[in-house]
Design a protein around this ligand. Structure first.
Ligand code: ADE
Ligand code: ZN
Length: 337
């Protein structure tokens, strides 16, 4: 049930977002505006028709539309506008730090230069830091439906820009593409000093979460829902305080859960897992971080203490140093009093 005190607490708590695909923040209005600006044809007659098409039965249904949506992103300014719009929305939810994913292969395969993508996103991130006070890290994802050789080529493209990229991730179609397929390229990324994270256990089995940990040596698991099916894995995740970046509205819209009340967030908290709340692809799934917090808090009747834990986890699970986390944790304590 909606609770005004709980919503006010969610609004005033400083938060970090750790699982956000910047291309998934492309709102239908911007899709249309960029299609017109760049002369790109899109198969929709109106913003309403786009929204009506956002009805998915599974991850692949969504990904087909997500990759199609990216076709309007061509110039540096497009990536800037996309990222800036996300930062303004995140700032309105009191998000103080973001660790955002981008999918270079979704752009370079269409002939858009790696540098164009990186520069546009990065310029907005620096503006966000200066004007909105939102710090950032940038994570380059490999598309797991493509080959490891293609991921290697993408890492090669990133080599001249390694001081601008903080980590690598693994996303796209999960089933049939286990983490171990990318063990070598992840080892190379780690050797280059990059942070590592991977989507696992969204649709894929608990074995994929196990592989992400043992074969890719990830620092976080993106989603991780299906880890709950394996008690040994749960024990390991709790013992090591592995951060899980759960995305409640995404789970609902991609039919990972039937209703928000089935979200694993409360069960994960009860099991002592380090769970965080994130928006994944907010333009497609109906809400940014604040909406995700409110949805689970209402449906699972989360206590103020649990909500504060989720906000704390978002910073302690980030790639910020303990020193960088400290002022945010102090601000959370202040907001929680
Ligand atoms: N790419 C964008 N969103 C994704 C998701 N939820 N799972 C896998 N790949 C994605
Ligand atoms: Zn994701």
């Amino acid at each position: 049930m909606t609770n005004p005190n709980r919503d006010a607490l969610i609004a005033r708590l400083p938060k970090a977002e750790l699982h956000l695909h910047i291309e998934g923040s492309l709102e239908p209005e911007m899709l249309f505006a960029l299609a017109e600006r760049n002369g790109v044809a899109i198969p929709f007659a109106s913003v309403e028709a786009v929204r009506a098409a956002y009805s998915f039965s599974n991850l692949q249904d969504f990904l087909d539309i997500y990759y199609q949506g990216m076709s309007v992103l061509l110039r540096e300014q497009d990536f800037y506008d996309l990222t800036w719009a996300y930062l303004e929305r995140a700032g309105a939810d009191n998000v103080r730090h973001v660790e955002i994913f981008f999918d270079p292969q979704g752009h370079t395969d269409r002939g858009v230069a790696f540098e164009t993508v990186l520069s546009g996103i990065e310029r907005a991130l620096y503006d966000g830091e200066a004007r909105l006070g939102i710090s950032f890290r940038l994570i380059m994802c490999f598309l797991r439906h493509l080959s490891e050789a293609e991921a290697e080529a993408t890492l090669n493209q990133a080599l001249p820009h390694l001081n601008r990229i903080h980590g690598v991730g693994l996303d796209s179609s999960e089933l049939g593409h286990p983490p171990a397929k990318f063990a070598r390229v992840f080892a190379r990324a780690r050797g280059l000093g990059l942070h590592v994270t991977a989507h696992a256990g969204e649709e894929g089995p608990p074995a994929y979460v196990h592989e992400a940990i043992h074969d890719l040596h990830v620092e976080r698991i993106d989603h991780g829902n299906r880890a709950l099916e394996d008690p040994d894995l749960v024990h390991h995740l709790a013992r090591d305080q592995m951060t899980l970046t759960v995305c409640p509205l995404s789970n609902l819209r991609l039919c990972v859960i039937r209703e928000i009340a089935d979200s694993p967030v409360k069960r994960m908290l009860d099991l002592g897992l380090k769970v965080t709340i994130n928006s994944d692809d907010p333009a497609y799934f109906g809400g940014y971080v604040g909406a995700n917090f409110r949805a689970v808090a209402d449906a699972l009747d989360l206590s103020a203490k649990e909500i504060v834990t989720l906000a704390r986890n978002s910073f302690t699970g980030s790639f910020l140093t303990a020193e960088e986390q400290a002022p945010h944790l102090a601000a959370i304590a202040e907001a929680a009093r």
